[in-house]
Design a protein. Structure first.
Length: 320
């Protein structure tokens, strides 16, 4: 990087870190998900829980990809972690019983190790689901690996677990991927939302787990009217529900709704996109999903929350 390329503003520094970044880890580490273990087995864990930040030495010297919208350089799942470097490589570590780490085996990985099978692929984003993972390359290609019993890797008939990355959603050029508990979601370059895997919200005798383009409730499944002219710019997955943000700042949801996490004023599950209520008159600029709750941030910096509320996860001070 020459002198003219060195970022000088805070925003530019986040998007393009000019030097190697030091990563810290803390919290539960029983599966090696912090990358702090001293050896290859659970007996080598220094402590079941790290109470203060410690340097992840296995990542020293690594130049991380910068953060850009939904594309984050470090993605933490419940039991494993993934890192995207500035040159598009992916490293993973932690729990691996379902081949979630994409390293060609199912053994515990205690230190950051490169995901295999992505040689020549420049990855710009990764997402972690319940026990599967997704990656997006800079050409808009989707990749998937890990648990596949619900076709969450878009690999019907291949096997229960996919141990190395394989192409998914091959007929769509994507700009973002998101992973749920047992399903996957992608946002296309044209602003459409695609889903495959377990179709939460759809309970029929014959379940279709193959990729399908989402439509708004009541709209026919055609390219011209499926989303009523709305262009989506971001998606997010919870365990069994999802959110999608439009270019105009509206929020839609679909999936399981037992705790009101869809925000449509009901607890009825939704197969198709439904408009989130209570956000009239505001422009939403970002969305996120927890396991059973949802969050939206407006252009004014206000935070809206809905869904399952016990343990204070909504920040409202009450259970529900």
């Amino acid at each position: 990087m020459n002198e003219r390329e060195i970022p000088t503003t805070p925003e530019a520094l986040v998007r393009r870190p000019p030097i190697e970044t030091v990563a810290f880890g803390w919290g539960v580490t029983e599966d090696g998900q912090l990358g702090l273990m001293q050896g290859p087995t659970t007996k080598d864990i220094p402590s079941a829980c790290i109470l203060s930040p410690k340097v992840v030495e296995g990542l020293l010297g690594t130049k991380f990809r910068g953060r850009d919208g939904s594309r984050r350089p470090v993605v933490a799942g419940s039991r494993c972690t993934m890192v995207v470097t500035s040159d598009g490589q992916v490293y993973s570590f932690g729990w691996n019983d379902r081949a979630t780490l994409g390293q060609g085996h199912k053994e515990l990985v205690t230190k950051p190790s490169r995901v295999v099978g992505l040689q020549g692929v420049h990855v710009v984003q990764v997402a972690l689901g319940g026990w599967h993972a997704l990656a997006l390359d800079r050409d808009g290609g989707c990749w998937a690996w890990g648990g596949n019993e619900y076709n969450q890797c878009d690999a019907l008939g291949v096997g229960r677990d996919i141990s190395t990355p394989a192409r998914a959603l091959t007929n769509v050029r994507a700009v973002q991927v998101a992973a749920g508990g047992m399903h996957s979601v992608a946002l296309s370059e044209s602003g459409e939302v695609w889903q495959w895997g377990e179709p939460w919200g759809e309970f029929e005798m014959t379940v279709n787990r193959e990729p399908r383009r989402l439509r708004m409730r009541g709209m026919p499944q055609t390219a011209a009217t499926a989303t009523a002219g709305e262009r989506f710019v971001r998606v997010a997955c919870g365990s069994f529900h999802n959110l999608a943000l439009t270019a105009s700042g509206a929020v839609y949801s679909w999936g399981i709704n037992d705790y009101g996490q869809l925000g449509d004023g009901t607890t009825i599950n939704a197969r198709d996109l439904v408009l989130v209520q209570g956000l009239e008159g505001v422009v939403v600029v970002d969305i996120a999903c927890g396991g059973w709750h949802s969050v939206a941030i407006t252009e004014e910096g206000d935070v809206y929350v809905w869904g399952r509320g016990e343990y204070g996860r909504l920040g409202l001070g009450e259970k529900g």
